[in-house]
Design a binder for this molecule. Structure first.
Ligand code: PLP
Length: 396
């Protein structure tokens, strides 16, 4: 029997904590950059379920890999060896900058960041962590205490001590804090939730030099920017980031195409400080997640998605910048913040009514796009048509 849409909404609202302002869509299936709802409507998905659906919805290569693994073995922990895990680690490191030698698999972004900070403290023997105004790093105790965006940090009170706030892009503010109590400097190289904010390339270089000079571990939170979103595998090592590679790089979101999985990539120097039982996780490194990691990277390679992001991203940026009521378009590749001169809430809603899913951000004037890496030029054209129509619906 098919459940009617009304029942699903009512059931979920009745039994699930009301922690999200939900879009009134009952999703049923997805393909590429499209989501199909149970009422028969089809939505262009420019948000990817919080930047997760990087390979598009239900990429056949990823689906086949997960299915095959599920039939063999769904899970065993890190206490045993597994070819699936070995191959996933090898594949991930093969696309990462050469400085990284090892990986620790987790289940989420916040868990990756918790472990990254712990590794920095274990490596340096120091307690403090510098993070930045506008940065978001997760919702567990240490990660939320490292988050200086909006109200989040207060939600984590009493916060973990030893978190210091510097100004994103302001190297002097970092220098002033970076004494011999500081274990790590951690940043989102492009601050997504804050409205897609970037720093000038010199900033990343200055952070690298400062970290080297003062024996501090540099951590990039690439939970949004990693796995092809910027048009390169990572922000680390990219031109926009002045070629800088950190000591630890954290991942999640796109890494498993929707299967929950995260990772910390570390250099040989960091790995040398980590001993048996320093870190642990029950589910991290499980076989289904590992099959998804390898297949996700293979799918991006097979379908030339990095080239697609670079090409279609350039086109999208150019076309958006031509729009009259757009103040600024920021970001890289398929991590895009479109700033308007007024709050975007009504526009976001009008686009949804026109069957286009976009994202908002911590900056009420910024509409955020985090589409699947397979988004096509014709999808962009459709979006632009709907964007103009939505603006006109609002009398703009
Ligand atoms: N770091 C960044 C940059 C994020 O965008 C997020 C989630 O939005 C996180 C960390 C936390 O990831 P998760 O929700 O998987 O714990």
């Amino acid at each position: 029997m098919t459940t009617v849409v009304h029942d699903v909404v009512e059931l979920e609202d009745r039994y699930q904590l009301a922690t999200y302002k939900k879009m009134p869509i009952v999703v049923e299936r997805g393909k590429d950059a499209w989501i199909y709802a149970s009422d028969g409507r089809k939505y262009l998905d420019l948000y990817g379920g919080h930047a997760v659906a990087a390979t598009g919805h239900c990429h056949p290569h990823v689906v086949a890999a997960i299915r095959e693994q599920t039939e063999k073995l769904m899970f065993y922990s890190n206490l045993v060896y597994s070819e699936t895990r070995a191959r996933a680690a090898e594949k991930l490191l093969s696309v990462a900058p050469g400085r990284f030698s090892q990986v620790f698999f987790t289940n989420s972004g916040t868990e990756s960041n918790e472990n990254a900070m712990r590794m920095a403290r274990l490596t340096t023997g120091r307690p403090n962590i510098i993070t930045f105004s506008g940065g978001f790093h997760g919702r567990t105790a240490d990660a939320i205490s490292a988050t200086f965006l909006g109200k989040y940090r207060d939600l984590g009170k009493p916060n973990v001590p030893g978190h210091l706030q510097a100004e994103f892009g302001g190297i002097e503010t970092v220098r002033a804090l970076a004494d011999d109590t500081v274990a790590a400097i951690m940043l989102e190289p492009v601050q997504s939730m804050a409205g897609v904010r970037m720093a000038p390339p010199e900033f990343y270089k200055a952070l690298r030099e400062l970290s080297d000079e003062r024996g501090i571990v540099l951590i990039y939170d690439e939970i949004q920017t990693g796995i092809g979103r910027t048009g390169e595998w990572f922000f680390a090592g990219s031109t926009a980031g002045n070629g800088v590679v950190p000591d630890i790089l954290t991942l999640a979101k796109a890494l498993g195409s929707g299967i929950p999985v995260g990772a910390c990539l570390v250099t040989r120097d960091i790995a040398a400080h980590i001993r048996e039982n320093d870190l642990g996780t029950t589910f991290g490194g499980g076989m289904i997640a590992m099959s998804a990691v390898r297949a996700t990277i293979e799918a991006i390679e097979k379908d030339n998605m990095l080239e697609n992001v670079a090409g279609v991203g350039k086109y999208l940026f150019k076309r958006l910048r031509e729009l009259p009521d757009v103040v600024e378009v920021r970001g890289l590749g398929f991590l895009i913040g479109i700033e308007f001169s007024e709050p975007v809430g009504p526009l976001h809603q009008a686009l949804l009514e026109r069957q286009v899913i976009t994202g908002t951000s911590g900056n009420s004037n910024v509409l955020r796009l985090l589409p699947p890496l397979c988004l096509k030029r014709q999808d962009v054209d459709l979006f632009l048509t709907e964007l103009r129509a939505a603006a006109s619906d609002l009398g703009r």
